[in-house]
Design a protein around this ligand. Structure first.
Ligand code: PLP
Length: 402
């Protein structure tokens, strides 16, 4: 049976060249980068080179990149590290009202749970912005929610469940205007974080263009291995480390560096940079074909605005069928897809993203996400278009009639 992997938003395979670049750092150049001997310095050089590649990709300085274990860790460090640092410097008068964070109701759980934790600990107050039917945050809503205590705005670049591209540049521009006034009045700056985990492969992530102070990413979404990520933090952004120990990563993330994985992340991000827009165009064309084919099935709806969304994600709502059931039957045919996000499947509650977009829980339960990758081809899309109607028909026949 042919295997068709259409779950690239959950994770991607490690690219062969990435794997080859990593290999020597397991058993040849295996030194600890903190050691002054030859082995250590070879490892240090490899980390420095990877950091330069990430910095070049983001248009940042090397001193502004910290390697972590994943996007979740980067996000935790960005939010908790910033809030803790701000609270440390707040004067006694201000300490009475907690710093304010603005985020959206469709963020990944890594952001939502981090914000909830900060709220629970009394460290921050949080506003969760609504979205429209396409999953978009309104720039005016961000602006209207800003209050004197606001110190952080955190909005994702691309939504992992439905592919919505959020207006990051516009939000960045708005925050920058407000910060100009704040600076004149000697007030605290508002920092801007974006979770760019789903954006790295296909969108422009130059931090200056986006106007962000903090950006999180994860290697395994763009053909590096699982277990390595990075945080961009703009020079001057206050930050308290969340993992104590040695002085690694500019004293912001203690622990011996994962050299082979960091090398892999560097190689993969360099690959994204050199691939240009060709892969994006190809993925977008295949996604359009998939959408056209699937929308021929009765009572199936596409979520969001496919022309404005990220090129690799297409999410559908299938009436009268459970997403999990479709996944199992697709899997029997060798096809991997997802229902909601991989991080929420297994839980019975409907996707928080789809409910925030205004869908009823029973509609959200019938969600099916296909996410394409750089290796996806026409034949695979044809196969899905052929197999899916049969699966849906079979499940609808089995469903109890109300
Ligand atoms: N943010 C987004 C948008 C994601 O899609 C994911 C993973 O699916 C994460 C954060 C968390 O990434 P990781 O599991 O690598 O920490």
């Amino acid at each position: 049976m042919k295997q068709i992997y259409l779950d690239h938003a959950a994770t991607t395979p490690v690219d062969k060249e990435v794997f080859m670049a990593m290999r020597p750092y397991f058993d040849q150049d295996y030194g600890n980068p903190s050691e002054p001997h030859w082995w250590g310095q070879e490892a240090r050089k490899a980390i420095d080179e990877a950091r330069e590649k990430v910095a070049n990709f983001l248009g940042a300085k090397t001193q502004e990149i910290i390697f972590t274990s994943c996007a979740t860790e980067s996000i935790n460090l960005a939010h908790k590290g910033l809030i803790e640092a701000i609270r440390e410097t707040q004067d006694a008068k201000r300490k009475s009202s907690a710093p304010h964070i603005i985020t959206s109701s469709v963020e990944h759980k890594a952001v939502l749970e981090t914000c909830r934790h900060l709220e629970k600990m009394g460290m921050a107050q949080v506003t969760y912005l609504p979205v429209d039917k396409d999953g978009l945050v309104k720039v005016e809503d961000v602006e209207k929610s800003i209050k004197p205590e606001t110190v952080l705005v955190s909005i994702m670049y691309v939504n992992n469940e439905v592919g919505t591209i959020e207006p990051i540049r516009e939000i960045g521009e708005t925050i920058s205007q407000i910060n100009k006034l704040r600076m004149e009045n000697g007030e605290l700056k508002i920092y801007f974080h974006t979770d760019a985990t789903q954006a790295i492969q296909y969108l422009d992530c130059q931090v200056a263009k986006l106007g962000v102070d903090l950006l999180s990413l994860s290697g395994h979404k763009f053909y590096a291995p699982k277990g390595v990520g990075a945080l961009y933090f703009k020079k001057g952004t206050p930050m308290v480390r969340q993992q104590d120990g040695g002085g690694q990563e500019y004293r912001l993330r203690a622990g011996t560096e994962n050299v082979p994985y960091i090398v892999g992340l560097g190689k993969a991000i360099e690959g994204v940079r050199s691939q240009g827009s060709g892969v994006r165009g190809q993925v977008e064309k295949l996604k359009d074909k998939l959408i056209k084919g699937i929308l021929k099935i009765p009572k199936v709806k596409l979520v969001g605005d496919s022309k404005k969304n990220a090129p690799h994600i297409a999410t559908f709502l299938v009436d009268g069928v459970e997403g999990e059931a479709m996944l199992l039957l697709l899997s029997e045919k060798g096809i991997a897809a997802s229902s909601g996000s991989a991080c929420t499947s297994g839980l019975l509650e409907p996707s928080h993203v789809l409910t925030a977009m205004g869908y009823r829980p029973e509609q959200a339960h019938g969600s099916l996400r296909f996410s394409l990758g750089q290796g996806t081809n026409d034949e695979e899309i044809d196969c899905v278009i052929k197999v899916l109607p049969e699966i849906i028909q079979r499940l609808r026949k089995m469903a109890p009639k109300l």
